[in-house]
Every structure is written in structure tokens, then in C-alpha cells.
Design a protein around this ligand. Sequence first.
Ligand SMILES: Cc1ncc(COP(=O)(O)O)c(C=O)c1O
Length: 404
Amino acid sequence: MKLAARLDLIEPSPTLAISARSAELKAEGKDIVGFGAGEPDFDTPQHIKDAAIEALQKGFTKYTPVSGIPELKQAIIAKLKRDNQLEFSPKQIIVGTGGKQVLFNFFLSVLNEGDEVVCPAPYWVSYKDIVRLAGGTMNIIPTRFENGFKMTPDELEKSITPKTRVFILNSPSNPTGAAYSPEEIRGISQVLEKFPNVLVLTDDIYEKLSYGIEILNIATASAQLRPRTVVVNGLSKAYAMTGWRLGYAAGPHEIIAAMDMIQGQSTSNATSFSQKGAVAALNGDQGVVDSMRAVFEKRRDLAFSLLSNLKGVRLFKPQGAFYLFPDIQGLEEAPGWKALAERTKETDVGKIFSSGLLNEKLVAVVPGTAFGYEKGFRISYATSEAQIEKGLNRIREFVEALWK
Ligand SMILES: Cc1ncc(COP(=O)(O)O)c(C=O)c1O
């Protein structure tokens, strides 16, 4: 079968191999502990479900305007004002089927062949493939464990070239949980202010899940950047609504109008009754977000303490999101490492570790390669404390055995 050449530009998600193997083992009745999924394990709060049910019962089941129902746009405008002190008009807002689709629309709207997108690594898996499908190339800024997986303003400045069209900021980050302080955001914005042709894409999907650090939006920090910043956010993580497929963008009208045109020729609108649920989420009691955040923080502390002080594993304490990203380059020194590499038949550090851990200890994690950082792996602690204890104790045993 002859397929489109553009498929050569992207890779199957490296997480799929692990997920498929994990499903196989589960089907065989094995007791798998899954740390792979990037989604809250909580159910969607009841008042949000009720709003969608009511919408269905009232027959709110037709197409909506492409860019979203006016009521939801107003709720988004109110949210951006309340949380980020940012003012937008309805024409500057678009609602889509999840943050991911909104990002697709954004990159298809602004990139031409050969345009560069600057992004620090480790980064969220899909940026690279979306950018490539849109004709762009990624210009990666590698970050280090020693820097808390954050780039410096200097590193950012050096990476911008005449071809750079977009800079991606994702704080708190998937997969590291690193978050930039307001001061660091100001440092980054001062660099970007020098490059008027560079658009800023701030992916704020984990904004509500931060632990003891203030999250300052880059558009709020810099009035100069505001007219060329697009804010992307969604309901999936903060309100436990991954399956509802609801995300949005706010930014310059020209870009939003282009995204509207692309969406109008692809998915049309986000699901009508999901949009009603989103109105209830954004306008309703925000206490539900606070209580989920508090549980995640407790789990972060538990996960962090369970994996601390493990030879060959360096652990960064995440400031947000629900991921832990251990750096495991030290494990290559372990006496058992070579044999593990041979058993797994993998070649990179993250994959050797993840594959061995799944086969031999029945714990599913995502190799760092998926995020542009080979010598690490991602644990999603969006699961029960009992599962966290069980899975992380197995990881400890697995690592300790490599040193024997
Ligand atoms: C950094 C980041 N951005 C965007 C998304 C997209 O989320 P959704 O499409 O569910 O809104 C995710 C989901 O994993 C993410 O981790």
C-alpha cells in the first residue's frame, strides 16, 4: 500500500510498545503496576457531569459554532482574567477537541516548510511529531538534571536562529514536572522580547497542578510578548476530563481565525455537550481542583521519598504536573547493566531500563527517549498510593539487583 510521504516524518509513539506489552502481560493475568498513563485517575466531578447530562437531555446535540459556544468562550475569558490577569475578546478564543488538537491547529496555522520551533528537552512527546507534520523542524535545547531540567535565558538566546518561528514553553512540564519561577519567566521573556518574529506558545495544561511555586504566565509577565503569544490550555488534567476532549487557545485574532478555518475543515467543533460540561467546570466551584491538587502533592512526596537515595538514580523533585522523571545515566556503571541490555535487546538507556522493568518486575513506565532525553524514564503518579508503593518498591528492588 502506497501511503503519504508525510508519514515518514513521524514515529509511532514510543510509549505504544510499552503499553502494548503491558496489555499483553495483563491479559496473561500478570499483576502489572501501570505508571504509563498521563491522566488523572479521579472521576470527573459530579457537577460537571450533571451539566453535560442536562445538555443531552435538553437536546443540545447539534453542531455548534466552529470556535466554540459563546457561553464557553465567556467562561474561558473569565478564567484567563481571574487566574492570569489576561484580557481577551471572544474573537481571540478557540475551543477544540483537546489541547492536542488545538496545538495541531496552531502549528498548521503558523508554520511554513523549514520554519524552526525552539523547545527545551525533555519535552512532551507530541510536540515533535505535530511540528514535523506541519512542515517545521524542532530545534531542541537540551536541559540537564543539574539545572532542574530548565534552560537558562542564555541557552535560549543561543538557540534562536533567523528561521525560528515559535518558542514552546510548557511549565509545569510533562515529563519532568519542572516549573519556572516568576523570576525565571521574566528572564526568558527578556530574551524573547529581542526577537520580534518569534511567536510564543505557552502550553499551560498543568498550570493548576503546581506545588509550592507560583506559576506566572509569560504573556502576563511581558506586555511586549502578549501580542505574539498564544496560550493553550485544556480541561483534561485540572478537572479530570481527559475523555471529554476539551481544550482551548487564546491569542492574536489573526492566528485564532486561521485555526478556526483549519478546524472548520477538519473536526468542526468540540462536542456540544462536552462544551456545556466545560462551562460548569470553569465557572463552578474551583475547590474540586484544589482537592485533586492536594492529593497529587501528597503522592508526589510519597513517590519522591520511595525512590530517593537509590544508587545510580538521580531524582529531581517535581514542582508540578503528576510525573517523576528519574535520571538513570549512573546505572550504566552497575555490574548488572550489560546483562540487562542483552536480555532486553534494546540499545538506549531509557528503553533498556523500561523494557527490563516491565518484563522482569511488571512495572510499566515510559522511556525518556519518547521525551527527547534518553537517560531517564517517566513515572506518572496519577494513581493510588497503594499502587505507588507497590510499583516503586519493585523499581527499588530492580535497581538494587543491578548493583549486586
Ligand atoms: C504538555 C501537554 N500538553 C498538551 C496535552 C494535551 O492534552 P489534551 O489533548 O487531553 O487536552 C498533554 C496531554 O498529555 C500534555 O501533557
